[in-house]
Design a protein around this ligand. Sequence first.
Ligand code: RP5
Length: 164
Amino acid sequence: MGSPLVGIIMGSDSDLPVMEQAAQVLQEMGIAFEMDISSAHRLPDKTADYARSARDRGIQVIIAGAGMAAHLAGVIAAHTTLPVIGVPLKSGPLDGVDALYSTVQMPTGIPVATVSVGGAKNAAYLACSILSIKYPEIADKLEAFRAKTRNSLEEKSAKLKMQQ
Ligand code: RP5
């Protein structure tokens, strides 16, 4: 698949079950990615180094998932001008609302494209959309995926109508 175009990073190994869903989508789309754990709070130097070196390593989009006081996506965005997609994760007593607000409420000039709580799959699809500007084969794969989704729902609709 070549060298990684997408970096998937998460705050803890406890985030892996959700963030693996992003990896699965990228795998299905044939997009090379790398995956790692870092933390804005527990590994601040590693997080900054990761973000600062990403462009030179060939990464074109970063997907960052974290829960609770989720500053991972924002700190990464502070250290790179690559597009950063934030995935707020459900963790702790506030059920992801804390992570959603922390991830989405970025100050002007340092944007994080935030998906829904637990929206790792959509983060990967958004990464595909960004990459499709440069890679027409990814645009084709996205079109094919949308057609499959449409057909599947139309089949379900037809089946439901038959039952009436
Ligand atoms: C965040 O705190 C992580 O992204 C994770 O969602 C949450 C809990 O982390 P652990 O205590 O499970 O390592 O930094």
